[in-house]
Design a protein around this ligand. Structure first.
Ligand code: SF4
Length: 215
């Protein structure tokens, strides 16, 4: 269904100015910045430390995350865990969040099939991510996938062209940002050798980000 633009006023009016992450986590449940709240189970905010030096940003919660209310617990989250371990990073020391806080999906019978957020959803939801960056003040951001890259950098990029260099987030903090693939994309590669190559490239991107923080 195409939703009229007036259903996407953007999240800014629901984002509290004070109270840090705790206030943000509470307030996001009431956000009506776009129409995605209507069909999702709940908003899925973030996981991790408020003093993390590295922030990882994904696309949106998946089916399992939507039900559980926690990010990165499905198959892509497990692949992310593998990559973090390979890069020598401890998930408990990081801050993990998504560019879009509500699950966008298509119903096919009893199944809910992931549907990529539109640019309008990414831009509507960006005030939450901007507030998280301001609250956590990470030394580096890893934008995983094109949706996260658009939200963090404020523009569309191709992963293949953007990865391998350190860019800057478009918010006032201009935080060093590494763009990489989304871990779910690694799961969709049918060929084993190509899948392993993509996994190693993902780990290399995490290592590049770790170098920025000297984690
Ligand atoms: S997806 Fe983001 S902007 Fe849209 S309702 Fe959810 S929290 Fe608000």
């Amino acid at each position: 269904m195409v939703h009229p633009i007036e259903q996407r006023p953007g999240a800014q009016q629901w984002v509290p100015e004070r109270g840090g992450l705790r206030a943000l986590r509470t307030a996001v449940a009431d956000c009506r910045g776009c129409e995605l709240w209507q069909d999702a189970t709940q908003a899925v905010f973030s996981e991790g430390r408020s003093d993390a030096r590295m922030m990882l940003v994904g696309e949106q919660p998946g089916d399992r995350e939507d039900i559980a209310g926690e990010p990165f617990i499905g198959p892509a989250g497990r692949r992310l865990d593998d990559a973090l371990e390979a890069a020598g990073l401890d998930r408990n020391r990081l801050y993990l969040t998504n560019a879009v806080k509500h699950f966008r999906f298509e119903r096919r019978g009893p199944r809910r099939i992931h549907d990529k957020p539109a640019v309008g959803h990414i831009d509507a939801c960006r005030p939450w991510l901007a507030a998280e960056i301001a609250a956590v003040a990470p030394e580096v951001i890893v934008a995983m996938g094109t949706t996260a890259a658009r939200s963090v950098l404020g523009r569309n990029v191709r992963i293949g062209e953007a990865r391998g260099t350190v860019l800057e987030s478009s918010d006032a903090s201009a935080t060093p940002t590494v763009v990489t693939a989304h871990p779910s994309s690694l799961l969709r590669i049918p060929d084993h050798a190509a899948r392993e190559t993509a996994f190693r490239a993902f780990v290399d991107d995490l290592r590049l980000a770790a170098e920025v923080t000297a984690e």
